[in-house]
Structures are given as C-alpha cells and as structure tokens.
Design a protein around this ligand. Structure first.
Ligand SMILES: Nc1ncnc2c1ncn2[C@@H]1O[C@H](COP(=O)(O)OP(=O)(O)OP(=O)(O)O)[C@@H](O)[C@H]1O
Length: 150
C-alpha cells in the first residue's frame, strides 16, 4: 500500500456538483486517511510550490491557489501515486481533453494553471506535501498500522 496527497483546487471546490463527483470517485478508488478543506494562503502556497519559484507561471499559480479554499486528502491504495495521477490526467488541460477526455483535468480543468487538481509525484513529495498541509498527521503511525495488517 502507498500513501499520496491529493488536492482539489479552488474553482472545483466552488462547484459543488464537481466536488461531489470527485469525492465519490476518490472513495471508490482509495482509502481516505484524512481529508479537509484548507485555505492555501499565498504564504502556504509558496512553501507548497517552492520548486516552481522563478517559473513564468509561479505568481499566477500561487495567487490562484490563494483565491479560495482547496480540498486536501491523504489517500491510500496499491500504487496510489500513479493511480491518482492517472485519474487526474496530463497537467496541460488541452492535452488532457485531447488524449484522455474522461480524466479529471479534461472534465474540470480551465487552464494549465487552473487544472483542477494536484497529486504528489513520488513518495518523497507525498511526505513533504502531507507535512505542509497536514502537519498533525502521524506518518510513522500510519505506516506502522499498515505493516501490522500484513
Ligand atoms: N506551463 C504551465 N503553465 C501554467 N501553469 C502551469 C504550467 N506547468 C505547470 N503549471 C501549474 O503548476 C502546477 C505544478 O506543476 P507540475 O509541473 O508539478 O505539474 P504536475 O506534477 O503534472 O501537476 P501537479 O504537481 O499539480 O500534480 C500544475 O498543476 C499547474 O497548476
């Protein structure tokens, strides 16, 4: 089993029908260990997206993320990182619509920045991102609980 961080971006959280659809999809595919609405302030967003500092879209991205509440989830399943990224589809929305019209970004993405959702791209990123958005989450305890089930 693997843990990942999923984030539903502000314009989708404002769309209650879309949000309900995504939460149902998530529950069908993952065990949800934690979830909460979280306002990713510009300051928090600069920490979360630190690796993109200096890129042309950085200011646009951090401002957009601060525009309203997001919805963050810690998900667990076999291959959760690849599975959630596959459900999201390509980062770029035009590519998502063209190559994978049923994916989340094709359905709810508005632009390359407002691309509906985020997912960790590795275990290291998941640990880092979870510690930023869920500082109270006890990763060691979650992993030990998983070990004991084996
Ligand atoms: N060319 C771009 N133009 C505008 N925004 C972009 C562009 N590339 C990335 N972004 C924004 O920055 C975020 C992080 O970019 P990254 O390259 O890490 O994408 P990703 O790993 O596919 O997506 P995510 O990290 O959100 O899962 C993207 O989700 C998107 O909102």
């Amino acid at each position: 089993m693997e843990i990942t961080l999923a984030l539903i971006k502000p314009h989708v959280v404002r769309n209650t029908v879309a949000l309900r659809h995504l939460l149902d999809l998530i529950k069908d595919n993952f065990q949800v260990l934690e979830s909460k609405e979280v306002h990713i302030t510009k300051q928090l967003s600069e920490k979360f997206y630190a690796e993109h500092k200096g890129k042309f879209f950085y200011n646009r991205l951090t401002t957009f993320m601060g525009s309203g509440p997001s919805y963050a989830l810690i998900l667990q399943s076999a291959d959760s990182i690849a599975k959630w990224r596959s459900l999201m589809g390509p980062t770029k929305v035009y590519k998502a619509i063209y190559s994978n019209p049923d994916c989340i970004r094709a359905l709810y993405g508005l632009s390359d920045t407002r691309n509906a959702c985020h997912g960790s791209d590795s275990t290291e990123s998941a640990m880092k991102e979870i510690s930023i958005l869920f500082p109270e989450f006890n990763m060691t305890e979650a992993l030990n609980a998983e070990d004991q089930k084996r």
